[in-house]
Write a protein that binds this ligand. Structure first.
Ligand code: PLP
Length: 364
């Protein structure tokens, strides 16, 4: 049988997205390629693991009630404005399944998180990529212009990989213009809570008053638990209703549900502590790495750097790795970024290792 002929045409030639965070392949290496809470997960999660064990012989609660309740109480949202995902990655994948038909036009900045375009391509949508201007900040005016006649607009705030933040006022201008145009807005705030002052930027409270708004969040980055898959979204009631109907049954295991609830109920301060430290450290790291001449880093809006480097991204990554420090080569974001690297800010001691690696390579 010719399987190629059986495959939907949208699936042919699909290329899987490339991601950083491969530090586990490099034992003993300090991983700056992923953007996680540098303090790691909070202590005290073992209790949830033990509590989950006897439940593993049953299917988990399909609605993830304990986790859902924790989200509602932590963020002051009503239950019917919330959906749950096995990581926000699952929600990213589901959204086009629910809303897109082949040929629909979808607007997104370029570069941005690669899973959006991948999920849209699986549904046969047309990607209308809006290149970031030279300052690498999302051009909201251009996004608004392109939203006319589009089905959906994506915005990642802060944007991954570039780290720029769009102020809430501007995000809402985009949401409102899209509403007038009959366009949905998919807002990714999975990296936002680790930014100091995120409460002034988040649009969570706006989902109940904007029919076209859908916001994804995740516990992955802020609690440094990528090995557990725990995400959620807050959106308008009518969007959520359809997402909930289509959601994969039992998408969160019992362990994820209990850990998710525990983290939001008892450990939320773990995030603000990291945000505070990183806000101070990013200024110091910017100065120190720029002084080496390998990059010219300004202080980023978020807690990670996206910088042109002296050599290609691959070469810089290899050279820095000699010192057991991993940065991300950004070539996967396209030829324009072949000499860019991305690296996160971490705790002062860990940042010292990064700075030392840059210095050592600059002096070689
Ligand atoms: C901007 C952004 N959104 C969403 C995700 C998906 O994360 P998760 O599925 O762990 O929530 C990532 C992961 O790297 C990301 O960088």
């Amino acid at each position: 049988m010719d399987i190629e002929k059986m495959v939907r045409k949208e699936m042919r030639g699909l290329v899987r997205p490339v991601h950083g965070g491969l530090g586990w392949q490099h034992p003993g290496v300090e991983d700056f390629s992923s953007n996680l809470n540098p303090y790691g997960p909070p202590d005290g999660l073992m209790e949830s693991f033990a509590e989950a064990l006897p439940h593993l012989v049953h299917y988990p609660d399909d609605r993830s009630t304990v986790f859902r309740e924790a989200i509602c109480s932590r963020f002051h949202v009503e239950d019917d404005y919330v959906t749950i995902g096995a990581g926000s990655a699952e929600i990213i994948r589901l959204f086009p399944d629910v809303f897109l038909s082949p040929g629909d036009r979808v607007v997104m900045p370029s570069p941005t998180f690669s899973e959006y375009s991948f999920a849209c391509q699986v549904r046969g949508a047309r990607i209308d990529a809006v290149p970031l201007p030279d300052d690498l900040r999302v051009d909201i005016d251009e996004m608004m212009r392109r939203s006319v006649g589009a089905k959906l607009v994506y915005l990642c705030n802060p944007n991954n990989p570039t780290g720029g933040i769009v102020p809430r006022k501007r995000v809402l201008e985009l949401v409102e213009e899209c509403d007038r145009q009959g366009t949905l807005v998919f807002l990714d705030e999975t990296l936002l809570e680790l930014v100091e002052g995120s409460k002034e930027i988040t649009c969570l409270a706006e989902a109940s008053s904007h029919d076209n708004l859908f916001i994804i969040r995740s516990l992955t980055k802020c609690f440094a638990i990528p090995g557990l898959r725990i995400g959620y979204a807050v959106g308008s009631q009518s969007i959520i209703e359809h997402m909930e109907r289509a959601r994969l049954s039992w998408n969160l295991g019992r362990l994820e549900q209990l850990v998710g609830a525990k983290l939001l109920n008892d450990h939320y301060g773990h995030i603000s502590k990291a945000a505070r430290v990183m806000a101070a450290e990013k200024v110091r790291v910017a100065q120190a790495v720029s002084a080496t001449g390998l990059v010219q880093a300004g202080v980023p809006d978020a807690f990670f750097f996206f910088e042109r480097s002296k050599w290609s991204g691959k070469t810089t990554q290899e050279r820095i790795l000699r010192h057991k420090v991993l940065v991300r080569d950004c070539a996967s974001f396209g030829p324009r970024f072949h000499d860019f690297i991305r690296f996160a800010v971490k705790t002062p001691e860990r940042n010292d290792r990064l700075i030392a690696a840059f210095r050592a390579e600059a002096e070689r």
